[in-house]
Design a protein around this ligand. Structure first.
Ligand code: FAD
Length: 576
């Protein structure tokens, strides 16, 4: 069904069992799980799918070793298990990531972190309290001993007795000499490095959209529409008003249950539903993408995870030929944010702490992105870093409402499946239905039939089958996993049926029968590929393709020329 068909259907349909507001990763995951249980579910987003916080993460699929310090053992255990699961269920997007922690001394942080773990941090702050930590020069560093203990605990949930799916290799320590041999640009102030394994998702927005489109294919009762906002309630207080951001048309829907998955917008959305809440205490985080070959070479294929003097964690992440640097953690009261000059200065300065001989300047910045963590409101005096990253469903039931509202507060990208499972169980209970299947082993999109051990054979056989150059197949396999087969099938079909509306178009001297022609402005992408994505993946604006169906924006390729070319290629496919 096209977006237009879906909206037409919506105008004739006034009731739905569950309305999910917000299509970030948490809304999308709940959408998938509910649809699998045969619940009729409508998911709407005021923007594109995965265009809020979920597009601004540090791209880590991780257990969150740092959360151990706060004693959040449940969260770490769940996150490690979900990480390992995602490596199996979405192997085309979620990849193992060796992560290096530079260690500057052996002892520091022991008392301080023990106090945090046992919830006694107050002692450290109290003027009359014991000074358990911070002997001169110690700052907030975690020394080698504490890192070792942390990694041992972290890997408990990765042990063979617990893990049935993918398992990560164990951590190892390297002393100074071998550390500097492996990372020659590293500060010579280190005493050792620790290397452990987490995972990375380089295209989170693609993973999210695959979940959406796959869910709609699996279930006739599931409808997901982007650029459709919740703007208010009709008089009856049982009817939610939806506004089409493209045409301006309005729709009304009466749900039995509402899931408010609007992340940092949760309180604003509840206000629109006539039910003010104070659930979210947002924290802004910004990242930079740096085009700096020397720095990229210095980190190799490792993420580098270290802390600043103020105890904040800094991450350097290899991202294709570039490096992502993140992140800040700043209390904010509104969800619309951007990366400020102050944050840029802070992040660039941090790099010098571990790589003192590599000069990084603003001119190396290719792209910046920011988002707001939808953390729970916390009025205590603890630092942003100490506020829980765990997820919770806050249920609002009011007498005047005919539907309750589930509010999905907090959560990590990593734990989307587990969070959705818990929310779905609660929704099923409310609807009086029982679970018929679960998502624990449900492979995602291009992770199906993934050739873990024989990808060269997969590439060769698809190339032969569709008579397409194997270099193109390889590129598309890297981008879409086994989903590349459908893209290539589409590309190998001549545009015969479309020549009436499109064939006379002199697009880049395009032969209308050749969809394998590379784009004029990004040779890495193909005309037929762009058309396939526009047709199959709910693209409404060219920007959706540049920012979320591909990595082109983050790779610094978003130019007016590319936009013009894509507009032409997609012209007949986008809703007008
Ligand atoms: C800087 C930073 C780094 C992070 N790094 C990691 C990491 O490395 N690993 C990890 O696991 N997690 C990470 N996270 C956490 C993770 O990204 C978030 O917890 C998660 O993306 C939240 O998703 P969400 O679906 O709840 O919210 P969102 O993704 O924000 O989705 C909410 C959606 O609601 C929509 N919406 C708002 N109002 C309305 C309305 N009125 N009508 C319709 N739609 C509406 C918005 O358009 C938006 O798309 C990070 C977060 C940040 C900010």
């Amino acid at each position: 069904m096209t977006r237009q068909d879906q909206l037409r259907y919506l105008s004739q349909q006034s009731k739905v069992s569950v309305l999910i507001i917000g299509a970030g990763i948490n809304g999308i995951a709940a959408f998938r799980d509910l649809a699998l249980q045969n619940v009729d579910v409508l998911m709407v987003d005021k923007g594109d799918f995965c265009s809020g916080t979920s597009s601004a993460s540090s791209h880590m699929i991780h257990g969150g070793i740092r959360y151990l310090e706060n004693g959040e053992l449940r969260l770490v255990r769940e996150s490690v298990q979900e990480r390992n699961r995602l490596l199996q269920l979405a192997p085309h997007y979620v990849k193992p990531l060796p992560t290096m922690i530079p260690i500057f001394n052996w002892q520091s942080g022991i008392w301080k972190i023990a106090a945090k773990f046992f919830g006694l941090s107050g002692l450290l702050l109290s003027p009359t309290g014991l000074r358990l930590a911070q002997s001169k020069g110690e700052g907030h560093q975690r020394g080698g001993v504490i890192v070792k203990l942390g990694l041992m605990l972290y890997e408990l949930w990765n042990s063979p007795s617990i893990v049935t799916a993918a398992r990560m290799p164990s951590h190892r320590f390297q002393l100074k000499v071998s550390s500097l041999k492996q990372f020659p640009e590293l500060s010579s102030d280190i005493v050792a490095t620790a290397i452990y394994y987490d995972a990375v998702v380089l295209s989170p927005e693609r993973l999210a959209v695959e979940l959406v489109t796959e869910t709609e294919k699996m279930s006739q009762n599931a409808t997901a529409i982007n650029y459709l906002s919740v703007v208010g309630m009709a008089d009856s207080q049982r009817t939610v008003i939806l506004h089409d951001e493209v045409s301006g048309q309005q729709f009304q829907i009466q749900p039995e249950l509402v899931i408010n998955a609007t992340g940092p917008w949760i309180d604003l959305t509840n206000r629109k539903l006539g039910q003010p809440t104070d659930f979210i205490g947002g924290s802004k985080g910004s990242h930079l993408v740096l085009d700096h070959p020397k720095l990229r070479e210095a980190i190799g294929e490792h993420a580098i995870f270290f802390e600043n003097d103020d105890g904040r964690i800094v991450l350097l992440l290899p991202y294709f030929d570039y490096v992502i640097v993140g992140t800040t953690d700043i209390r904010v009261d509104h969800p619309e944010v951007y990366c400020t000059q102050e944050e840029i200065t802070y992040l660039l300065e941090m790099i010098g702490r571990v790589f003192p001989h590599i000069e990084v300047e603003p001119s190396h910045i290719l792209y910046t992105f920011s988002g707001v963590r939808p953390l729970p409101t916390d009025n205590s005096k603890q630092s942003m870093g100490q506020i829980t990253r765990d997820h919770q469903n806050k249920i609002v039931e009011q007498a005047e409402y005919s539907f309750p509202v589930f509010n999905l507060v907090g959560g990590k990208w990593t734990t989307f499946r587990a969070f959705a499972e818990q929310v779905t169980d609660q929704a099923l209970k409310f609807l009086g239905q029982s679970r018929c299947c679960d998502t624990k082993d449900l492979v995602i999109g291009g992770g199906n039939d993934y050739p873990f051990t024989d990808r060269e054979h997969w590439i060769a056989s698809v190339a032969e089958n569709y008579q397409v150059d194997s270099k193109i197949v390889k590129k598309l396999f890297d981008r879409y996993g086994t989903g590349a087969r459908a893209v290539i099938k589409h590309m190998s079909e001549p545009l015969l049926s479309r020549t009436d509306q499109w064939g006379k178009n002199e697009l880049n001297d395009l032969d209308p029968f050749d969809q394998t022609k590379p784009l004029g402005n990004v040779a890495d992408y193909y005309v037929g590929e762009v058309r396939f994505i526009a047709e199959q993946e709910k693209v409404v604006f060219v920007e959706d393709f540049i920012r979320r169906r591909s990595n082109l924006a983050m790779l610094g390729q978003d130019t007016p020329q590319l936009r013009a070319e894509l507009t032409e290629i997609m012209a007949d496919l986008l809703p007008s």
